[in-house]
Design a protein around this ligand. Structure first.
Ligand code: GUN
Length: 286
């Protein structure tokens, strides 16, 4: 089975669209997301454009702040403070990576945790750790929704997460743990990676290496979630998993493109609506 993130995310977007209509009827305004982009990183520009497009589609207001790479940390902190104080702004997203002269962690910590739609603020990370989460990082959240969509029960399952980033590997490991999986976090120093991966009922690949995981890493009947976005030898988009090599032995796999990627943006939209409810009370109907 190919786990069609594009289709699943399209269905969720329709529900989010309806939710925004309801919000507008009840509160006489729609949720608003502020996105800050600094510098001219091509991938970041594409991501930000896609976020803007998704907001427009769902009916969320978007405010885009684009600055050249000379924008200072102090200027950025001031901009964040203004957005924190602006009651019409529900979500704030600082596109990463930031230029080297800006301290990423300091900037993340400056965002009001209730507007932190990325779920990167230490308060939101602590809540995730405790299982009392509200705003959860978008890519891990999207992966959990995909597993729900295919009715996959993680209870007692072996999950192997390869990659230990703060954005993907660590948070998705916690979410799987909260769903009663037995979780292994593997990384570049892990010994016998093939054997470790081969144990996985669910293999989560987040290493950023084109087609790194072939059938030697994948157990028959496993579910494979591929977070990688890479270019192959022909400059075509591909994941961390060698899709063609494993597709016939797995129970399910997310393609690249069209798997995790569309879910990440949709979860950002969902988090923006959740942030709206966090700050405005009211029942979160989504
Ligand atoms: N850059 C790459 N992924 C992300 C993400 O999930 N959030 C932000 N803010 N920047 C990113």
């Amino acid at each position: 089975m190919i786990i069609d993130g594009k289709e699943i995310s399209a269905n969720i977007k329709e529900k989010l669209k309806d939710e925004v209509v309801k919000i507008k009827e009840t509160y006489s305004r729609v949720p608003k997301l502020a996105v800050i982009l600094i510098g001219d990183n091509q991938a970041s520009q594409t991501y930000v454009r896609n976020k803007e497009r998704a907001c427009k589609y769902i009916g969320i207001d978007s405010l885009m702040y684009k600055h050249d790479s000379s924008f200072s940390e102090d200027e950025l902190l001031l901009e964040i403070e203004k957005l924190n104080c602006d009651d019409s702004v529900d979500g704030i997203l600082i596109q990463l990576p930031l230029p080297d002269h800006i301290d990423e962690q300091r900037v993340i910590e400056a965002i009001d945790p209730d507007k932190d739609v990325d779920g990167f603020h230490p308060i939101n990370i602590s809540k995730l750790f405790l299982g009392k989460h509200s705003l959860v990082p978008c890519t891990p959240k999207g992966m959990m929704v995909l597993l729900e969509e295919i009715n996959y029960n993680l209870d007692g399952k072996e999950v192997v997460v390869v990659g230990r980033s703060n954005i993907v590997g660590k948070p998705v490991s916690l979410l799987c743990l909260h769903h009663n999986a037995t979780v292994t976090i593997a990384h570049s120093k892990t010994k016998n990676l093939k054997e470790v991966c081969k144990r996985a009922d669910v293999l989560i690949a987040a290493v950023g290496k084109a087609k790194y995981f072939n059938h030697e890493y994948v157990k028959d009947g496993a579910v494979v979630l591929d977070v990688g976005i890479n270019r192959d030898e022909n400059n075509r988009l591909c994941g961390d998993v060698d899709f063609e090599d494993v597709k016939d032995i797995v129970q399910g796999i997310t393609p690249v493109p069209g798997g995790i990627g569309p879910m990440t943006i949709t979860m950002l939209m969902k988090n923006t609506i959740e942030a709206f409810y966090l700050r405005n009370g009211g029942k979160n109907g989504i």
